[in-house]
Design a protein around this ligand. Structure first.
Ligand code: 5GP
Ligand code: ZN
Length: 114
């Protein structure tokens, strides 16, 4: 996707604070953090949202969640807790149409979300 900001981050064409990357996933700090830890985990391939996941993508989603847990644990948030969120579509406020999982922690998070 030529105009996708997260594809550009995944391909190193736009700078970001990379936390982790492998052949499947890239994790980087959110540019507008909402908590002391605010990391985004994206697949390298362009998938617009959860709605666009297809057969065979289960492993990718599982990998993303295991990575979220690993990053949170490395930062010491396994004890106090953290949240993994995928906003999907307009009502959820999805602003970047490339699937991403927010990994948020380091403060008491409200529930339900606004
Ligand atoms: P959404 O609102 O789609 O769930 O989340 C998109 C997130 O991407 C937002 O938290 C926003 O701050 C972050 N974001 C948007 N553009 C960039 C960027 O160019 N670099 C980084 N690191 N984060 C971005
Ligand atoms: Zn993309």
């Amino acid at each position: 996707m030529e105009d996708c900001i997260f594809c550009k981050i995944a391909h190193g064409q736009v700078e970001s604070q990379i936390v982790y990357q492998d052949e499947h996933l890239v994790a980087f700090d959110d540019i507008n953090p909402q908590a002391p830890m605010h990391v985004l985990i994206i697949p390298r391939v362009h998938i617009s949202s959860l709605l666009e996941l297809g057969d065979g993508d289960e492993e990718l989603v599982g990998r993303a969640h295991r990575l979220a847990a690993r990053i949170a644990r490395e930062r010491g948030y396994d004890r106090r807790g953290f949240r993994v969120v995928a906003n999907c579509g307009q009502d959820a406020g999805q602003s970047v149409p490339h699937l991403h999982f927010h990994v948020i922690g380091g403060r008491a998070l409200q529930w339900p979300p606004g």
